[in-house]
Design a protein around this ligand. Structure first.
Ligand code: AVJ
Length: 320
């Protein structure tokens, strides 16, 4: 029986955002764009999980191996009876490693934008950790949010794996880190950060042979067709994901393969042949450049763990 399973609570922000309004304003811009958080409906979350298992996508398995290897040390830093707050919780696979090693964790609070998916994955976590207080929250961590405090004193530890921080431009990433620091209320943040490396390897990770990343990208159009009754032709757009070495980031686009027009919410959008729609940035850092940014956001960068090939890094940041 799922006695520890609180119902997922939706936490709203004053600045509520939605797919329709975001898509309309993004497509009205001179350089068209779609915000990457809208990848993660149910289908998109599942496609993302498939990406994580691709041979070219080294990130997930490298980060999982680091978490496994250093779980004792990491959870010792988090301390006893913490509330682990995960930002953009996804499949909940990674936190299990921490929960298994943690000393008597007080609660786990996963926050995710994909409510249906969150409810689904939380159910199986609840069955595996019957003694844990689970507090699933449906919300958008890119907006200012108040996460209500649990009764009784509990230190918070933030968990933000997967290099999701890379999806933000450096200024926005810093602002987000500042916001997380205040949400954590003096607690530390465990954060996964993908590292700069051979561009050929980076390129392959976002241009997989099986075409899963292309499907993930085009899912934005399929989602707009389903939820907003748009008439995008997904085959009329190409997945394009080059590495911009000067900016240290993968840039992802949907490029219109022909001159075409699309109807969406009673409005008409023209796409020229070859016109790009920007859908995602994935910034890469060096260990040093990330620690510098974290320090400017008001954290004390403490421990850092990386693999032998320096593909990926995990940082423990303390609030100061
Ligand atoms: C959500 C940050 C882990 O930038 O690598 C994967 C999403 N996009 N393939 C990333 C993504 C294309 C991803 N993260």
């Amino acid at each position: 029986m799922d006695t520890n399973l609180a119902r997922a609570q939706t936490i709203a922000s004053a600045e509520q955002d939605n797919f329709a309004s975001s898509l309309l304003s993004g497509l009205r811009k001179t350089s068209k764009e779609i915000a990457c958080k809208y990848f993660y409906d149910q289908a998109g979350s599942e496609l993302f999980d498939a990406i994580c298992n691709l041979p070219e996508y080294y990130q997930t398995r490298t980060e999982m191996a680091l978490l496994n290897r250093h779980a004792e040390e990491i959870t010792a830093l988090m301390g006893e009876s913490v509330e682990i707050v995960e930002f953009g919780a996804g499949s909940l696979r990674k936190v299990r490693i921490l929960l298994d090693a943690a000393r008597n964790p007080k609660a786990y609070t996963p926050l995710d934008i994909s409510g249906d998916y969150l409810c689904h994955v939380v159910r199986s976590l609840a069955a595996d950790y019957p003694a844990l207080t689970l507090r699933p929250l449906v919300g958008d961590f890119t907006l200012p949010l108040e996460i209500p405090h649990l009764p009784g004193p509990a230190r918070r530890a933030g968990f933000f794996p997967g290099s999701t921080i890379g999806n933000f431009k450096p200024d926005a990433a810093m602002a987000l880190l500042r916001r997380m620091r205040s949400t954590l209320n003096g607690g530390g943040l465990l954060i996964g950060v993908d590292l700069v490396k051979d561009p050929v390897r980076l390129h392959a990770a976002y241009n997989d042979a099986a075409g899963v990343t292309a499907l993930f990208n085009k899912n934005l159009l399929i989602r707009a067709n389903r939820e907003l009754d748009a008439d995008f032709d997904p085959d009329g757009f190409a997945h394009y994901a080059p590495y911009n070495a000067a900016a240290h980031r993968i840039e992802m686009y949907l490029v219109s393969l022909k001159r075409q027009s699309v109807n969406l919410c009673g409005q008409h959008f023209e796409f020229a042949q070859g016109e790009p729609v920007h859908t995602e940035d994935s910034h890469k850092y060096t260990i040093e450049s990330f620690r510098e940014m974290a320090a400017r956001a008001g954290f004390n960068p403490r421990a850092v763990w990386t693999d032998q090939d320096r593909l990926f890094s995990i940082h423990w940041l303390e609030s100061r």
